[in-house]
Ligand binder design. Sequence first.
Ligand SMILES: [Zn+2]
Length: 440
Amino acid sequence: MPSADATVDLLRALIREGCVNDGTRESGQEIRNVRVLQRFLADAVAAGRVETQVLESAPGRASLIARVRGTDPDAPALGLLGHIDVVPVDPEGWSRNPFGGDLIDGEIWGRGAVDMLYLTAAFAAVLREVALAPEPPRGDLVLLAVADEEAGGEFGIHWLVREHPEAVRVTEALSESGGMRMGEHVAIEVAEKGSAGRRLVIRGRPGHASIPYGAQSAAYRVGEVLHRLGEVMPAAQLGELWGAFVAARIDDPALAERLLDPVRLDAALPQLGGIAGYAHAVSRITMSPTVLRAGATHNVIPAVGTIDLDIRTLPGTSDAEVDELIRAVLGDLADGIEIQYLRGWAATSSSAETPLFAAIERAVEAVSGSPVVPIMAAGGSDARVLRELGIPAYGYGVLGPGWTYERYREGVHGHDERIDVESIELSLAALRRIVADRIG
Ligand SMILES: [Zn+2]
């Protein structure tokens, strides 16, 4: 097997640039990681085997597209979608320099090591191998090394598909959020929940705060509604992916039976330990109150208050269903409450019946000895933008045997983020097989 050294070196270089995205337009400055990747691909570009484009959505907010052309226009065009930005750090919480890229006892340390620079590096390394191979591939292999994933992709994938659709053209794709171990299985993401933000506008009757008698403070009503939201859990809606998750992760047959019963599921959640939050999230629409507002002046009883809800939907959930669910949860309190729409996007999913998914299953099982389980992510990633275009996209990765879902969650966006060389080797080995299978 070719070594992982090139990928490890590239990963360390990407970490050291510290392309931290704090959500502001000026942050990220991903052009620095674009240059790292350009240097890495320089020999393949010089040999005329890779076409690269640097596309900049705003000053410094650059993405690199690198395409190895295939010989058969009817073959698939496989996209490798990797972001090159990272989230901020709290250096106090780290035991090493978060942007040092240290390699210690077989682990590479640094912000972005897991999310997702190790994969972006592996994507680039395999693309370079394919480019420098004696024979060109049948289909295109395309590295989409993109800016701004961590803040929603407005300066990255959204802008690219809108402004440069030809440059980013692929027919299927791999991205992040896979490879965790679930029981004997390796998880591959096929779906992501959606987001349906809502604002509840709650009205009362104002008055001078010195004479509260007879006034109906919106603040009290906000409190009542908040209390209700905390008491009522939206009911479970179990789909195929839930069944696959339970079968992959739960050994105890009695517990599995309760988890598959929407009525008994909630009472069984505490038995799931560190994975209970994930299980709760992917088994239903969730609602989290995040921003509360009422009143502006100390001595005026507020006439109006608002509660912003972060609502995460399942594939197929409509806006009308979300509004109905809110009214059902509020019950008798719903009267007179206005529901306004905040930012949102639909849940997305790709079929687990595609040729690419079958190739992933074969490759992952061959290198890890473990079968694949398709999962839904509670959060979102850039893969959603491709799925919205009808392009099958999967959250890929093959992490080492110790990487439970809980450990993965802790590593991503947490302190002391680091990835082991074994996980990089596994991910590379399976990726080479997938690429050979689809376009070789
Ligand atoms: Zn990520």
